[in-house]
Design a binder for this molecule. Structure first.
Ligand SMILES: [Zn+2]
Length: 237
């Protein structure tokens, strides 16, 4: 698929999403949201965990952490068929999207003319499997009726490309850096401090599971003041 085709694909999808948001009646909505709060993990930190299901299957998990009402980190993870396909992470000063390399489906993100994120798609052979709209960096699952309408359109769309390994690894390095900085901020660590895997990874930490390089490289987290490294040549921050 040429860049021009990709551009046309995104334009069509964005136009479609914008026109259809008000079309689907509320009564057909099969999206449910389960919300849990946790204040016990770290002092002063409120964790809000929102799990979205569509047709009974989890397709979006939003983990929002605030301290004194101020956002410290928001991890949004996209799933289809129980498999993580990609995500979006927001830190106070930056945010980024990523796709999971080797996932059985493709993840793509669409931006409007002002470079604002408007939607995310999980696709397989140009079929839309999951569709999320985005407002101010916060994603919402669309229901099955909406997806069916999207399917009639997507039949004529070209296949989306999977993520490039170097770009995926670079996104992971940025993800690691963001987690490291948030850890240093929350735990008042010096720039020379080096977090351990336990500090950053796990259900109660910043990244649920330690990320893997798509080419099997080894990650060196390093000190707060250093960029994380991958052992594969060319996989740079
Ligand atoms: Zn790598």
């Amino acid at each position: 698929m040429t860049p021009n085709h990709v551009h046309e694909f995104m334009k069509t999808i964005i136009a479609y999403i914008m026109t259809c948001i008000s079309v689907v009646a509320a009564g057909t909505n099969d999206v449910q949201v389960f919300t849990a709060f946790n204040t016990n993990t770290q002092p002063g930190i409120l964790i809000t965990l929102e799990t979205f299901t569509r047709a009974g299957q989890t397709n979006l998990v939003r983990d929002t952490r605030t301290r004194g009402g101020t956002l410290t980190i928001r991890n949004q993870t996209f799933y289809h068929d129980g498999v993580q396909i990609g995500g979006h992470t927001t830190y106070p000063t930056t945010s980024f999207t990523y796709s999971v390399a080797g996932a059985p489906y493709s993840m793509s993100f669409q931006y409007d003319a002002s470079n604002q994120l408007r939607s995310a798609l999980v696709t397989s052979n140009a079929t839309i499997l999951e569709l999320f709209t985005c407002t101010n960096g916060v994603f919402y699952s669309k229901d099955s009726a909406f997806l069916q309408k999207a399917a009639s359109l997507s039949a004529s769309l070209p296949q989306a490309q999977g993520p490039d390994a170097t770009a995926t690894c670079r996104a992971t390095l940025h993800h690691l850096e963001g987690a490291k900085h948030t850890w240093a901020l929350e735990h008042r660590q010096m720039n020379s401090a080096v977090p351990t895997d336990t500090d950053l990874f796990g259900r109660e930490a910043y990244i649920r599971e330690k990320p893997k390089c798509p080419r099997g490289g080894t990650y060196t987290i390093g000190a707060v003041e250093e960029h994380p490294l991958c052992s594969i040549p060319g996989h740079t921050f």
